[in-house]
Design a protein around this ligand. Sequence first.
Ligand code: PGA
Length: 227
Amino acid sequence: MQKTILLNWKANKNVLEAEHWINNIPRDLLSKKSDFKLIIAPPYPLLSQMRRLIDHQELAIGLAVQDISAQSAGAYTGEVVAKNLEFLGVEMAIVGHSERRSLFAESSQLVASKVQRALEADIGIMLCLDEPDFPEQAKLLTEQERAKVSVAYEPVSAIGSGQAVEAELVSSFFKKLRQYFPFNPLIYGGSVNSSNIKDFLAISDGVLVSSAALELNDFLILMEAAA
Ligand code: PGA
């Protein structure tokens, strides 16, 4: 099975930088037969131009969003709801990232509502979890919802710090997650870089990467290390 490489661009890049990234990615790096499935989560305003470029160049790159509203369409100034994403080919929403939880006070209840909304709109979920809150978060989902999500173990201390968690500890956390998510894809995120990506890919279904792959050159180094 292909391993997922999910790039979270966070609040970085403008449309020209995104175009540069997509237009310069080596064609032979990505194919449907590759060992890796590349998904990029850019800021919302870049989505439609990226969709156009990806389609035009027939690139094997999926698009994700970094968040999604728990509301349906309506009078919610500033929100981005599932309806707004129609026809953009967004296949996945990252939900419950620790930056959303800590900087924007998202509760586990809100995160659960976002999961529900996105699944209703047929958008896949990458649910970010950490200790100690993961059982509470898992219990707020219905059994059907739980069966449909992918899960990213995102230890807060590892995110953006350069201090990834050891692969062995990730494996033991995955064992705990399996109580709630027995068959789901499980990936790891937090200071993944070219020195450790292989270790994480060996024990998981993929990785979530931000800092180490924001620049195209760095991403290419990362992919070379992953191969
Ligand atoms: P990082 O971020 O790769 O910069 O540590 C990962 C994340 O926020 O998921």
